[in-house]
Design a protein around this ligand. Structure first.
Ligand SMILES: NC(=O)c1ccc[n+]([C@@H]2O[C@H](COP(=O)([O-])OP(=O)(O)OC[C@H]3O[C@@H](n4cnc5c(N)ncnc54)[C@H](O)[C@@H]3O)[C@@H](O)[C@H]2O)c1
Ligand SMILES: O=C(O)C[C@H](O)C(=O)O
Length: 310
């Protein structure tokens, strides 16, 4: 199985690294616009093959998309990240043009690929990719919910003082500081509701910390995060390539689901060899429905800025 990752920067290279050492794909091609950068990252990762022990073949190219031909999955991480104090939405002006041209290039050589969109503002970039390419909705998947959910479980595990892998939970809605919806009502510690162990005040703090999880890391690092983002993309790609049918919150075109039309937003999806195989209705309560509608209003307002690109 072949994966192309466009953008060999922090997230793209980390994703390539995780895909390789976990043996998720047999071949990974990194593409970047910066001369020699993708080639260098691919060589560096390949030189881990005998120490972390993997057989995935990695290569890099400066913009030669013919090398990506026949990819099963293409991950788009190309574009700029935010700096401290910025929102993801402020990246749209530069990233929209990059994402659109990259999507065109990859499809020319891999017409059957499933596209995973990572560049921010991710929900709007997913919508742009879907509209610009005309691909069916199952083949355009925005990655954000997997990452936000892993942060949610991290903060829950800290509050519970229990291992993160014993915690279940998900974040839906937009992938934005104010548009994410951590579903605390449905989160559990090995099946027992977390509200059995944590006060509402603590749960509210966990939700708030989750929503600004990316901004907090951007403040600490000076650029946005990459380890958990790269690993979250690899987790999603694994479910596609190995047909695992995991339920992962992903940004996908909604056509009436969750009360929304003509918008890409995070909802729980079954992810398998066909990409988005099913959208799962988790039966939101009235407050969660209201939060989802408000989140959709914000994402839709951002999508309106695509007029000049689409
Ligand atoms: N959806 C998510 O959960 C999530 C998580 C983390 C980061 N992101 C987003 O992912 C993007 C990348 O973040 P990063 O930290 O890896 O940034 P980065 O600057 O480290 O890497 C981006 C790379 O894209 C390359 N690039 C730019 N234009 C290109 C083009 N036309 N073709 C090929 N490559 C091109 C750059 O040269 C650079 O190497 C940002 O937009 C960031 O906001 C999203
Ligand atoms: O925070 C960012 O800008 C990058 C990414 O969306 C994240 O959540 O880490």
């Amino acid at each position: 199985m072949k994966v192309t990752i466009v953008g060999a920067g922090n997230v793209g290279a980390t994703c390539a690294d995780v895909i390789s050492y976990r043996g998720i794909a047999s071949e990974v091609v990194l593409v970047d616009i910066k001369e020699g950068f993708a080639e260098g990252k691919a060589m560096d990762i390949m030189q881990c093959a005998t120490t972390t022990v993997f057989n995935t073949q990695l290569s890099g190219t400066t913009g030669d998309y013919s090398k990506t031909a026949g990819s099963d999955v293409v991950v788009i991480t190309s574009g700029i990240p935010r700096k401290p104090g910025m929102t993801r939405e402020e990246l749209i002006g530069i990233n929209a043009g990059i994402v659109k041209s990259v999507a065109d290039n990859v499809l020319t050589h891999s017409p059957n690929a499933i596209i995973v969109v990572v560049s921010n503002p991710m929900d709007t970039m997913t919508y742009l990719t879907l509209k610009a390419t005309g691909l069916p909705k199952n083949r355009v998947i925005g990655m954000g919910g997997a990452l936000d959910s892993s942060r949610f479980k991290y903060f829950l595990s800290k509050a519970l003082d229990k291992p993160a892998n014993d915690v279940q939970g998900m974040v839906i809605g937009g992938h934005g500081d104010t548009t994410m919806i951590p579903l605390t009502r449905l989160a559990s510690y090995n099946g027992a509701p977390v509200s059995n162990f944590l006060s509402q005040e603590v749960l509210d703090k966990v939700a708030a910390d989750t929503m600004v999880g990316g901004a907090t890391l951007t403040g600490l690092l000076g650029t946005s995060a990459w380890y958990a983002p790269g690993a979250s993309v690899a987790y999603l790609v694994d479910s596609i390539l190995n047909n695992q049918k995991r339920m992962i919150p992903c940004s996908v075109l909604l056509e009436g689901e969750y009360g929304q039309e003509d918008i890409c937003m995070g909802v729980p999806c079954i992810i398998g060899k066909n990409g988005i195989e099913q959208i799962v209705d988790v039966q939101l309560n009235d407050a969660e429905k209201a939060a989802f509608a408000k989140s959709a209003d914000a994402v839709r307002a951002m999508n309106a800025d695509l007029k000049s690109v689409l």
